[in-house]
Design a protein around this ligand. Structure first.
Ligand SMILES: NC(=O)c1ccc[n+]([C@@H]2O[C@H](COP(=O)([O-])OP(=O)(O)OC[C@H]3O[C@@H](n4cnc5c(N)ncnc54)[C@H](O)[C@@H]3O)[C@@H](O)[C@H]2O)c1
Length: 321
């Protein structure tokens, strides 16, 4: 089969490309290289089934050309992460909302191509539930707290996609990704594992934001792309939302200790108030762990990698750099 991956030169997009190529498919990766890199896909460019197109999902013409003849579109292109979005408010909302609308419109125009939308665990907002389920109510903060811009843009994507499905019969599936990690993920935009690993390896303080008691879960990118590839091909997944992540939780403080031990680092672990890092528009949440039973029931999703695997590989990656 032939697939388009928007954001194909990004962290997750590059692994998804690898996975689809390994399964014998053809891949078109459309990316404007804003946060993605040529380096992420350098090892794929010799494969004649891989085609890189430099361009934006905001450009309908290039999008339409890239999607011609494909059987599925994985839509990953986005302004990613709370920190990045807070620093680029208008363009982020535009890319995350208009970009998605362009993808859905293109898929419909080209005859109803299946689209997989990558949403985020962020949409659960401030829910105090210990484990998030797809049917839960979503509790997002007010618009003057820009911390919620990313979540809101992703939620709007979900509504848009499900509207195209309900009213125009476009086959769509939504995945809510929970902290997807592994080598190639950059720490530049606030992702915690690469940031801690870099700090530990450099002997700099490992900076925990807030109390460190907040519970998170981390999934290996290879588990995530396996789930995404299966959901794309599963008719029973159409019109549905799926959490994809690892159900095992760990506090951020425990994570810092684990990374310090694994790297045998002398770095002190220090604590910084959120406001100092993100400014006054920030607020954090205590829990962010997925219930993955829906994906388990429909595609047999079960993560194969543990946090220790992610950390070992990420440490090796940063050491090699
Ligand atoms: N990594 C995670 O833990 C996580 C969690 C939740 C959701 N997600 C979602 O998964 C997707 C992939 O994220 P990632 O972690 O690989 O981040 P990433 O930044 O590595 O990937 C995003 C890619 O989109 C590209 N892009 C941005 N704007 C574009 C545009 N206008 N046109 C074309 N390409 C554009 C970037 O250059 C980049 O390659 C995103 O939609 C993100 O919101 C990721």
């Amino acid at each position: 089969m032939k697939f388009l991956i928007t954001g194909g030169a990004g962290f997750i997009g590059s692994y998804l490309s690898e996975k689809l190529l390994a399964e014998g498919h053809e891949v078109i990766a459309l990316d404007n290289l804003s946060t993605g890199t040529q380096e992420n896909i350098a090892h794929l460019t010799k494969n004649s089934s891989f085609h890189f197109v430099e361009g934006s999902v905001m450009d309908k013409e290039i999008l339409s050309k890239s999607a011609e003849g494909v059987q599925g579109i994985f839509h990953l292109a986005a302004a990613v992460g709370v920190k990045f979005v807070m620093e680029n408010l208008v363009t982020s909302m535009e890319v995350n909302v208009k970009g998605t609308e362009n993808v859905l419109e293109t898929a419909l125009k080209l005859g109803g191509i299946k689209v997989l939308i990558t949403s985020s665990s962020e949409v659960y907002g401030k829910s105090s539930k210990k484990r998030f389920h797809e049917e839960d109510d979503l509790i997002i903060g007010p618009p003057h707290k820009f911390r919620w811009s990313y979540a809101t843009s992703k939620l709007l994507d979900e509504f848009l996609a499900l509207s195209y499905h309900a009213e125009r019969n476009l086959p769509v599936t939504i995945v809510r990704l929970f902290n997807i990690c592994g080598p190639r993920q950059t720490g530049r935009y606030g992702m915690v594992i690469p940031r801690f690993v870099r700090q530990a390896l450099k002997g700099e303080p490992i900076t925990v934001y807030g109390s460190g008691k907040q519970l998170r879960s981390f999934a290996h990118v290879k588990d995530a792309v396996e789930g995404m590839a299966k959901l794309m091909l599963e008719p029973a997944a159409e019109g549905k939302i799926f959490n994809l992540g690892n159900p095992r939780g760990i506090t951020i403080e425990e994570l810092a200790i684990k990374i310090k031990e694994m790297t045998r680092s002398k770095s002190p672990i220090t604590y910084l108030p959120y406001e100092e890092v993100y400014g006054p528009h920030f607020e954090d949440l205590m829990y962010r762990v997925p219930d993955i039973n829906h994906a388990k029931a429909v595609i047999g999703f079960m993560p194969r990698y543990h946090l220790e695997d992610i950390l070992t590989e990420t440490v090796e990656y940063f050491r090699s750099k």
